[in-house]
Design a protein around this ligand. Structure first.
Ligand code: NG6
Ligand code: CA
Length: 508
């Protein structure tokens, strides 16, 4: 009995020691900076093959870290990708997790375990700067923008937040820091309505000729800073953001967070607005590419990344910081504004070698740039491991030696060994979500049959929908051109079955 106790004691000690030593960080917790781009495609980055735009800072990160070739966002649009990245649960499991309006209630319940709360639990100071798009407040359409706006990021594990509520093209076009709109004057309260304009309000339809950037579809409600938006708002004039300054504002906040927390382990979730629409980079980036605002916004994004890397260098934090860079979904050219993106694209291929883009079940919808750097600990190189953003909660729970609440982050897999380059293998499969689902297992990609539109007329994107099953061999046909479903009916059946089981929560 005594021996048994001693044995289990030794076992526990060994386990604890090996647990913390797995990643060789017994003495310190490295900082974590997650740079999350918006709508940047696989082919939009120099390190991933782009030549029409230069991205020296992202390329530096790729050179000093691991460049993943099969890194995925869990969905082909923003809200569901962010939802699953923070919660570890696929967004398709929960209703109401599609692209949210700016006055949506928060879709992650207060107190729920998230990537942020996991790290906070491990002693990290946690901050989010940039695009939120997960809703705010308790009740839809009932947010009081002039009072305390909560729950929000602070209620799900962040110690600090400086965000835009939804997207650059949705009202309210103001920054929210903690629970308050920044720079609001009490005499000029904000009102938001997604259904109808306020009496006498100028809109993108009534005053189209006055717009500094015309819309191509949607984006014709309120006019703010000369640009039509989705949704109507009035008031809050002193608080309205200036699109041209947004990258500067967010980057500055991110840098101060790093600076303020430099002596503690910190987690920064830096979610840029770039390169989402409206693409209105600061004038100093204007004309940096031949591709118009979309290309210039990539340069601006790269500048923000450079500021983060330089600050880590200056504060001597580089070696003790894991930087992850990825994007929330694939690329789109015309996402609703006439910003010359189509006309000036030239030979640039935002989707890289892949088919489709944002909104699509083809690879370019969710296969995105994904880089991990941890100098001295992570050997630079390239990895073809399959990894998904939904894996971040489980991976960082394991990294910080915590047991994950399996009831919650049901879809999250610990891929930390792959993220840190200790193995070339990540998950065995990837679920790709754009309305309906697709499944990748190894080199095989299966797309569930469905009757959706094949092509988005608005954005000119191939959505991957087809009433027939689709099966592609990505190793020979990364562009998903040759449907092999008829030739391999057994594989189609097996993959469909697996996908159905995943959908029903019966298999991972
Ligand atoms: C679409 C918008 C698009 C973009 C997208 C969300 C229209 C016609 N299109 O509804 O411009 O805002 O939603 O993008 O309004 S995401 O990256 O945040 O998911
Ligand atoms: Ca997006």
């Amino acid at each position: 009995m005594k021996n048994l106790k001693l044995l289990s004691f030794i076992f526990i000690i060994l386990f604890a020691v090996s647990g913390t030593q797995v990643y060789g960080q017994t003495t310190s917790r490295p900082n974590i900076v997650l740079i999350y781009a918006d709508d940047i495609g696989y082919g939009d980055i120099g390190a991933y093959g782009a030549s029409a735009v230069r991205t020296p800072n992202v390329d530096r990160l790729a050179k000093e870290g691991i460049r993943f070739t099969s890194g995925y966002s869990s969905s082909a649009t923003c809200t569901p990708s962010r939802y699953s990245m923070l919660t570890g649960q696929y967004a398709f499991r929960k209703r109401g997790t599609g692209v949210l309006p700016g006055d949506a209630a928060m879709i992650i319940e207060p107190g729920r375990m998230t990537l942020a709360s996991i790290l906070r639990q491990a002693g990290y100071v946690t901050g989010v700067v940039g695009k939120w798009h997960l809703g705010l407040g308790e009740t839809e359409r009932r947010i009081n923008w002039n009072g305390e706006i909560k729950p929000g990021p602070l209620e799900i594990g962040f110690d600090y937040s400086f965000i835009m509520a939804a997207t650059g093209d949705r009202v309210p076009t103001v920054y929210v820091e903690g629970h308050r709109v920044v720079g609001l004057e009490p005499g000029d309260p904000i009102q938001v309505d997604y259904k109808q304009p306020f009496p006498g309000q100028k809109t993108g339809i009534t005053h189209r000729g006055e717009l500094k950037m015309d819309w191509s579809h949607g984006h014709n409600n309120s006019i703010v800073n000369g640009i039509g938006r989705i949704g109507f708002m009035t008031g809050g004039n002193s608080a309205l953001w200036i699109d041209e300054d947004m990258a500067d504002v967010f980057t500055k906040k991110a840098l101060s967070f790093i600076e303020d927390q430099k002596d503690k382990p910190f987690f920064l979730y830096f979610a840029t607005h770039d390169i989402h629409v409206p693409r209105v980079p600061h004038p100093r980036f204007k004309g940096q590419t031949t591709m118009g605002p979309r290309g210039d916004a990539i340069v601006q994004f790269d500048w923000s990344v450079g500021e983060i890397l330089d600050t880590l260098d200056r504060l001597n934090l580089t070696r003790n910081t894991i930087v992850i860079l990825t994007s929330d979904n694939g690329p789109v050219i015309d996402d609703g504004y006439k910003d010359d993106a189509v006309e000036k694209l030239g030979n640039h291929r935002p989707s890289g070698p892949f088919r489709g883009g944002k909104y699509s079940k083809f690879e370019a919808g969710t296969r995105v740039p994904w880089i991990v750097r941890w100098p001295g600990r992570v050997k630079p190189g390239r990895s073809d491991a399959l990894i998904s953003q939904v894996d971040l909660p489980a991976s960082f729970a394991s990294f910080t030696g915590q047991a994950l609440d399996r009831q919650q982050a049901t879809d999250s897999t610990d891929v930390m060994p792959a993220l840190l380059g200790r193995t070339k293998h990540g998950r065995d499969h990837i679920v790709e979500h754009a309305g309906t689902l697709a499944l990748r297992i190894g080199k095989w990609k299966y797309i569930d049959p469905n009757n959706g539109q094949k092509m988005s007329i608005q954005t000119n994107t191939e959505l991957g929908n087809d009433p027939q099953s689709q099966l592609y061999d990505l190793s020979r046909d990364p562009g998903e051109k040759i449907n092999l479903a008829a030739r391999y009916p057994d594989r189609v059946r097996a993959m469909k079955q697996r996908l159905d089981q995943i959908k029903d929560g019966l298999a991972k």
